[in-house]
Design a protein around this ligand. Structure first.
Ligand code: PEP
Ligand code: MN
Length: 455
């Protein structure tokens, strides 16, 4: 991560910058904490803990996203649907960071543009759910809402909403971020090393069709080496953290006043997004995030009208500041070519310069015949292609990719060149929420997107 600035002590003063207005507004998807005293003390503790990210880093990210909004960089955002406390191990974190770095090298080559690397990591612990309950074999319990709220284990104790989990989420985010910072600053991100890992991918016969692109990248790396490129400088990369800002109490407790500017920053992550289920224009989530300086994303599903998008811009980006607002479309492969053009045209006509990113996962979720929540690799890729087609047709910039992925060899999404079938789910389905691309599927997507970008 980049140079940081000092952020002042937590502001516990009376409401400032309207940071508490959301408390008066309609709010959905919040927990019902079981113990009021634990709730109070947890929030008190969070409000005194140090910030997880620094305002200066957040400003750097806003500049990077502004250049992506202008067509001069590409965003790669990836990670678990729901991180878990148990999953915050060195092996899993390093595998995920490694996979994102590997994807980024391929995309950088394909796009001939800088790739902004961002994890759905170090804070992605709260989930919106379509139902409040879950029933298994006649027993009904509260639905799992992410490790920040309750446990995945299907028992009444585990499924109760425990506010002390917010503090646990903070500490797990801190240790995850610490390791990410070490990896991305300490030599692990060396371009030559990352490229070497990618050679392992194309050595698999199932991926032979990507060999020519890998060879081109190899030549480019050797060319840089021959020219005397400063590879030491290339051992460090910027890596940003993001999550869905769902639990507003947690986000509010980590929002601090930047001593340089006097403005509020949500220091729980560099980038926060608002989900499809909580983007009500008059609701609490939009109000709260409109008041912090972080770059903000909003997920847009197939039901989004151009007027909805314009209203979101007015609220979240009234000054039309490039880098401030990212629209993450998740239309579904079947809808994207029909729904996206009008949305993009109307936003472009309004003069706003938002960053358009595709989330090809959430509009393509299906249930496998043997009962698992899954996605077909081909549908995911079809949505990505549709996204590029629409933007190419309109002359706008397809600025990024938002994916649920892991660095591990799981079996959760169907297909890919080294195909996963539903039988593999029985042994290797690990996600506690939505299905993720595994390591190989993630790299394959990067090669396919790089091919599309370089055309
Ligand atoms: C998610 O990103 O995991 C998610 C719930 O997405 P959406 O808000 O797009 O449904
Ligand atoms: Mn998800």
């Amino acid at each position: 991560m980049t140079e940081s600035t000092v952020t002042s002590a937590p502001s516990t003063a009376a409401p400032n910058h309207g940071l508490d207005n959301w408390r008066e507004l309609a709010i959905s998807q919040q927990p019902s904490w079981q113990d009021a005293a634990v709730h109070r003390s947890s929030l008190q503790e969070l409000s005194t803990l140090p910030p997880l990210v620094f305002a200066g880093e957040v400003d750097v990210l806003r500049e990077r996203l502004a250049s992506a909004a202008q067509g001069k960089a590409f965003l790669l955002q990836g990670g678990d649907c729901a991180e878990t406390f148990d999953g915050a191990t060195a092996d899993k974190i390093s595998a995920r960071v490694k996979t994102i770095l590997q994807m980024a090298v391929v995309l950088t080559y394909g796009a001939s543009l800088p790739v902004i690397k961002m994890g759905r990591m170090a804070g992605q612990f709260a989930k919106p759910r379509s139902s409040n309950d879950e029933t298994r074999e006649g027993v009904t319990l509260p639905a799992y809402r992410g490790d920040m709220v309750n446990g995945y284990e299907f028992t009444p104790e585990s499924r109760g909403h425990d506010a002390s989990r917010m503090v646990w989420a903070y500490h797990t985010s801190a240790s995850t971020l610490n390791l990410i910072r070490a990896f991305t600053q300490g030599g692990f991100a060396d371009l030559r090393l990352v490229h070497h890992w990618n050679k392992g991918f194309t050595a698999n016969p199932a991926h032979s069709r990507y060999e020519s692109l890998a060879r081109e990248i190899d030549r480019a790396v050797r060319f840089m080496e021959a020219c005397g490129a400063d590879f030491d400088a290339l051992t460090r990369v910027e890596f940003f953290a993001s999550h869905e800002a769902l639990l507003l109490e947690y986000e509010r407790a980590l929002t601090r006043t930047d001593s340089r500017t006097g403005l509020p920053y949500d220091t729980s992550a560099h980038f926060l997004w608002i989900g499809e289920r909580t983007r009500d224009i008059d609701g609490a989530h939009i109000d709260f995030l409109s008041r912090v300086r972080n770059p903000i994303g909003v997920k847009l599903g197939p039901g989004t009208s151009p007027d909805d998008a314009l209203a979101l811009i007015d609220k979240l980006d009234p000054n039309r500041e490039p880098g401030r607002l990212t629209f993450i479309t998740r239309m579904g492969a079947k809808n994207i070519r029909e729904k996206l053009p009008n949305l993009v045209s109307r936003v472009t006509d309004s003069g706003a310069q938002v960053l358009w990113v595709t989330d090809p996962m959430h509009g393509n979720t299906v249930t496998s015949p043997n009962g698992y929540k899954t996605r077909n690799f081909d549908d995911v890729m079809d949505e990505v292609r549709g996204f590029f087609e629409v933007h190419n047709e309109l002359g706008t910039f397809p600025g990024g990719l938002h994916v649920e992925m892991t660095g591990d060899d799981v079996a959760e999404c169907l297909g890919g060149a080294d195909p996963i079938d539903q039988e593999a789910f029985l042994d290797r389905y690990e996600s506690v929420c939505d299905p993720r691309l595994n390591h190989m599927q993630s790299l394959e997507m990067a090669f396919l997107v790089a091919g599309a970008l370089s055309r």
